[in-house]
Structures are given as structure tokens and as C-alpha cells.
Design a protein around this ligand. Structure first.
Ligand code: CTP
Length: 423
């Protein structure tokens, strides 16, 4: 679903740019902000000037770019970090290096950027960009957790090719995605996962790998027809985003949906149950948590035609032979490694709890989230009402909530049970 560009008319944004190769994208971000109607003041760390010139960002923002707290031609303006901090509706650090993140997390203020961040009274948004191993490092992840704890929003770095030649998580999100987050922050309409991730107390998933499946699968009958189901992918996408917000390294394996691919994670697009099976099994060994929210087709046409099937001239019933698809979750359950947490979903219409418990046992799951299509608000829409069944016999009913809230509640429950087990 493409969304119209946000209207930021009259909004005042401070953009902090630090010394990462992704600093060139800051120029695009300034342009997008200006186009959306925002007033932009750019602050750069001295290292950022090695990657992009203050002249470029000054010209695009139509304002002088500031770097030093104590400028050489002293004009009494050394308190600008305070005035700018008060002026801003939002302070965005993009790209944010590991060094600046560490400084922000610990209250260092040795540059115009860090001093202004410390003075700011507005919401802050940090968009990390660095090499994969620096991003994964426990020190960086701890610093990001600290920022979340003190109320900063953090956009997880994206997965992809990095300047070092490595492939992994560490890329700065694209300027368009940052712009969307900025619009949500200044409107006070944080997407639920982001807002809550900043709330103190949400258990983090730092340093873990989370695998989520979402959406329907599509099984071809012939080149123009498929067998599928009405799954929208909302539940799985909400879970993937909530896990990424808590610092997990997330892979989302998704069937075809109308949703925008989320940023800050690896997204693997698949069509059929067989493709989903392959993508999931390739990642099963390293995943610490697997959430199988996808509505996987149980059957696929046994003999899909390579040409369009033509209708018959008679009224005789049309017979389509189907064969079973692999049960992805059952395979995961069979190969489950110690400590790995498997969470299934079950959408039922009758005997919901009994059916779900059978699946929980049969597929060797830790949890199953069951919902009944006959319950109002549960199923394929934007909300859900689930009952969580645990392998230890736990039965927990959650109220009717938007799927993003269900995702958060589910993560809280799963993580709480795990910390009880290990304590
Ligand atoms: N699942 C799977 N692979 C399949 C079918 C289902 O991994 N081929 C997963 C789903 O993603 C879900 C769980 O198994 O997490 C339960 O799916 P559901 O369709 O409710 O149950 P089934 O096992 O397919 O049984 P039935 O359709 O008979 O209810």
C-alpha cells in the first residue's frame, strides 16, 4: 500500500548527521523534509564533513550547518545548542554511528550535535548506520537499548550490502522510510510497535535472531489461477516489527500481501508453501524464536498446468487433484534445538482450544496463539482476539486488540515465561 507523502508544513526538524558513508543519504532526507514543508536545521559532527559537505546540506536546508559548539568567529552564539534543542519539534540523527550512539546513550556532549541532543525537549529518533559486526556488538546493542529506555525511538538498521563488502544488518534505512517515521513522531502518532518499544519495561530481544512468517501462500493451478486464502499478513508483519523494535535481528518470510515491506529486517518474499518451507528451513538452525503466523496452504494442485486450463463444455464437476504441502512448523518441531522457541498460530471455527492443543503437542511447539473466526474482531481483519496456550498447560486469554498490540502482548508473554524458566 503506497501512502501519500506526509505534510510537515511548519514543523521544525533538527537533523544530526554523523561520520558514516550513509551521510550522503542525509542530503536526500533534507530534500524530502523540505519538500514536505518542514523547516530543517542540520548539525554535523566533524567526522561527518569527511563524507558530505556542509555546503551541500546548508544549501538544501537553506540554513547554516553547525558543527562546533564554540565557533571560531565567536559571536556570542555558543548557546545555540540550547536554543536549537528547544526550537525543534523533532531531533533526528541519521546516520547515527556507533560512536555517536555511545555518546548519546551516556550523555556525552562534545559536539554541537551531542550537546543539542542533550538539551532537546522534543522526541528523538536515531537511525543507526555502521558495519555489521559493529552493529551486532553487545556494546552497541546495549547502547541502543539504553537509548530506547530513556525514550529515544530507534529505527533498526537494514539488512543488505554494506560499504565494507560484508552483507548483513547495518545499512541506514532509506530516507523515504525515515521521513515516514518522522511524520509519525511529530504527529504524536507513533506506530504502536515503535511507541511501545520506547516504553521502559518492554523486555528486549537484543542479540537474538527472530524468524517470522506472514501472509498467505499461493498455489498455482495454471499460469493465471491460484489457490490461496484471505490472510493479509498484518499479524506477522506486526510481530516482525515489534521484534525488530526490541533489538532482534529479524527475518520476515512473507507470502504475497498488500503491505509495504517493513524496514530494518531481512524480508524474503515467497509465493508457494514449498518456497516458504525452503526459506524457513534454511534459517531454522540459527533462529532463537520462530513465529509461524503465515496461513500456509495445506494442499497444492498435484499437477499444475503450464498453459491456461480451458473450461469444459459440459456441466460435469471439475475435478482438481491436490497433494499435501510440507508442514513447515511440524518440520521445525521435529528438529527443534534446545532453547529454541517455536510459536504457532491456529485459526479455527470449531473446538478451537482442543484443536489448537493438539497442534501444540503434535508440532512440538512452546506456544500456540489460537483465534476463532466466529469471534467478532478475530481472524483476517485489523484486530485479533487470541488465546495463548503454552506447552506447560498455560491458558491465557488476551482481550480484543489491534494486531500490533497483540504482537507486543504475545512477545511480552513469551519472554516473561522464558525468563521465569531461566531464573
Ligand atoms: N503450518 C505450517 N505448514 C503448513 C500448515 C500450517 O507451518 N503446511 C503452520 C501455520 O503457520 C500455523 C500452524 O501450522 O502456525 C497451524 O496451522 P493451521 O492451518 O491452523 O493448522 P494445520 O496444521 O494446517 O491443521 P488444519 O488445517 O487441519 O487445522
Amino acid at each position: 500500500m503506497s501512502v501519500p507523502p506526509p505534510d510537515l508544513t511548519g514543523r521544525q526538524v533538527v537533523l544530526g548527521v554523523t561520520g558514516s558513508i550513509a551521510a550522503y543519504k542525509a542530503a536526500l532526507l533534507v530534500r524530502l523534509l523540505k519538500k514536505a514543508g518542514a523547516e530543517v536545521r542540520v548539525l554535523m559532527t566533524p567526522d561527518a564533513e569527511r563524507f558530505v559537505s556542509p555546503l551541500t546540506l546548508g544549501t538544501l536546508s537553506e540554513n547554516e550547518v553547525l558543527t562546533e559548539i564554540f565557533p571560531e568567529n565567536e559571536d556570542g552564539s555558543w548557546t545555540k545548542h540550547v536554543t536549537l534543542g528547544q526550537w525543534a519539534d523533532l531531533f533526528v540523527v541519521a546516520p547515527a554511528t556507533a560512536q555517536t550512539i555511545a555518546k548519546l546513550a551516556h550523555g556525552f556532549c562534545d559536539s554541537m550535535l551531542t550537546a543539542t541532543a542533550l538539551s532537546a525537549r522534543c522526541p528523538l529518533l536515531v537511525c543507526p548506520a555502521m558495519d555489521r559486526d559493529m552493529y551486532r556488538h553487545a556494546a552497541t546493542q546495549d547502547n541502543l537499548d539504553r537509548l530506547r529506555e530513556i525514550g529515544y525511538a530507534v529505527m533498526p538498521a537494514e539488512h543488505g550490502e554494506l560499504a565494507s563488502g560484508l552483507v548483513g544488518q547495518g545499512r541506514m534505512p532509506e530516507p523515504e522510510a525515515i521521513l515516514e517515521r518522522i511524520a509519525e513522531r511529530v504527529d504524536g502518532k507513533n506506530p504502536p510497535a515503535a511507541g511501545r518499544a520506547s516504553e521502559p519495561g518492554a523486555p528486549p530481544l537484543t542479540g537474538t535472531e527472530v524468524l517470522v512468517t506472514a501472509g498467505p501462500t499461493r498455489e498455482p493451478i495454471d499460469p493465471v489461477r491460484v489457490l490461496t486464502n484471505p490472510s493479509t499478513g498484518t499479524m506477522g508483519y506486526a510481530l516482525a516489527e515489534a521484534a525488530a523494535q526490541r533489538g532482534a535481528s529479524v527475518t520476515l518470510v512473507t507470502g504475497p500481501t498488500a503491505l509495504d515491506p517493513p524496514t530494518g529486517m531481512e524480508v524474503v518474499q515467497v509465493e508457494t508453501a514449498a518456497e516458504m518451507h525452503e526459506a524457513v528451513q534454511a534459517r531454522r538452525e540459527t533462529a532463537d524464536y520462530v513465529f509461524m503466523a503465515a496461513a500456509v496452504a495445506d494442499y497444492t494442485p498435484a499437477d499444475p498446468s503450464s498453459s491456461k486450463r480451458k473450461k469444459a463444455d459440459t456441466d460435469a464437476p471439475f475435478v482438481l487433484h491436490l497433494r499435501r504441502t510440507p508442514d513447515i512448523l511440524e518440520t521445525l518441531g521435529t528438529h527443534k534445538r534446545p532453547g529454541q522457541v517455536l510459536v504457532g498460530f491456529a485459526l479455527e471455527t470449531d473446538n478451537a482450544l482442543d484443536n489448537a492443543r493438539r497442534k501444540l503437542d503434535h508440532k512440538n511447539l512452546d506456544w500456540i496463539a489460537v483465534n476463532n473466526l466466529r469471534d467478532e474482531g478475530a481472524g483476517f481483519g485489523p484486530t485479533n482476539r487470541i488465546t495463548l496456550l503454552g506447552h506447560d498447560g498455560t491458558v491465557e486469554e488476551l482481550p480484543l486488540m489491534p494486531k500490533a498490540d497483540v504482537a507486543d502482548a504475545l512477545l511480552n508473554r513469551v519472554l516473561a515465561a522464558q525468563s521465569e524458566e531461566t531464573s
